[in-house]
Design a protein around this ligand. Structure first.
Ligand SMILES: Cc1ncc(COP(=O)(O)O)c(C=O)c1O
Length: 304
């Protein structure tokens, strides 16, 4: 999806013109994939742009850095304010927000200890990640031939840039084979998540999503969806899912900041009822919650 430039990018504490946010070719993270990042959305609300669960995203950025042994030079509160300033500088009502912290220019080699840490936050308008029809018509999923890395290979709990080589291989494989998205199995053969989304499958009326131990990122959308679903009276369980569980699921959806709640209509050409009744309810409530239209969840929208 092409990037539409906006006015400013927050770069190490300052808002600078979009076109000036450049880095040196010998930037450490470009070579070794050692950065950490977040993906956040701001939505149009009656009270102006609201950045969805911004503080939780910045906390996760700090956790990603902590796992990588990277010291972030800005606190969660400072990063929250920086993201708000960046969104405000665009004048946009809704946009995608991308904070990244990375080892900068000055050192080479795999030792990150002497490297400086640079931080940037950019935002731009971004549409539906899995297509405009994803919530209603659903997406076609493929079980990837690539295995999700396990906890002792790459830390799946950290949104580390290098982790996404695995996701990117799976995504491109799925697209080239005519699917919309890939489902990743972990080294034990159990369902982990998708390339940039968590997954929920219904079995015997129960919505099941795989645990962190299966290699899933603790998704902020996943957490929001579980709250919405439980408040509505749906039964949710965090538990392992096998490939066969997916093939016979009564309904299924994937969720993430970029993809929001996207229904699944098939896995490896096995049709899944789509959109299922729980998926429909959850997608509709989530779409309202992110826009500040449900009182109970209004605190999730952090206004600029
Ligand atoms: C691998 C992976 N899983 C799940 C998610 C969903 O997380 P969130 O809902 O916090 O965007 C993402 C997106 O950040 C992701 O990259």
């Amino acid at each position: 999806m092409a990037i539409t430039p906006t006015e400013k990018i927050w770069f190490n504490g300052e808002l600078i013109p979009w076109g000036d946010a450049k880095i040196h070719i010998l930037t450490h993270t470009l070579h070794y994939g050692t950065g950490v990042f977040e993906g956040i959305r701001a939505y149009e609300t009656d009270d102006g742009p609201g950045i969805f669960r911004l503080t939780d995203h910045m906390r996760r950025l700090h956790q990603s850095a902590q796992i990588m042994g990277m010291e972030l030079p800005y606190s969660v509160a400072e990063l929250v304010q920086a993201a708000k300033d960046t969104v405000a500088s665009t004048g946009l009502d809704a946009c995608y927000v991308r904070p990244i912290a990375y080892y900068g220019y000055g050192e080479m080699g795999l030792n990150t200890i002497p490297c400086s840490v640079d931080v940037a936050i950019a935002c731009w308008p971004w549409g539906a990640y899995l297509g405009d029809d994803a919530a209603t018509k659903g997406v076609r999923m493929k079980i990837s031939s690539w295995t999700r890395h396990d906890h002792n290979t790459m830390p799946p709990l950290s949104k580390t840039t290098g982790n996404y080589v695995n996701s990117s291989l799976a995504k491109v494989e799925a697209l080239k084979a005519g699917y919309d998205e890939a489902i990743m199995l972990n080294p034990d053969g159990l369902v982990s998540e998708c390339t940039g989304e968590n997954i929920f499958a219904a079995r015997r009326g129960l919505l099941i999503t795989p645990p962190i131990s299966a290699g899933a990122l603790p998704g902020i959308t996943q957490d929001s969806v579980m709250t919405i679903a439980r408040d509505h009276g749906f039964e949710i369980r965090v538990d392992d899912l096998s490939r066969s569980d997916l093939y016979v699921a009564e309904e299924m959806f994937v969720c993430g900041t970029a993809a929001e709640v996207s229904a699944v209509n098939s896995v490896d050409h096995r049709a899944i009822p789509c959109p299922g009744p729980m998926t429909k309810t959850i997608a509709s409530k989530y779409a309202k919650a992110v826009r500040g239209q449900i009182d109970k969840y209004k605190d999730w929208c952090e206004h600029v």
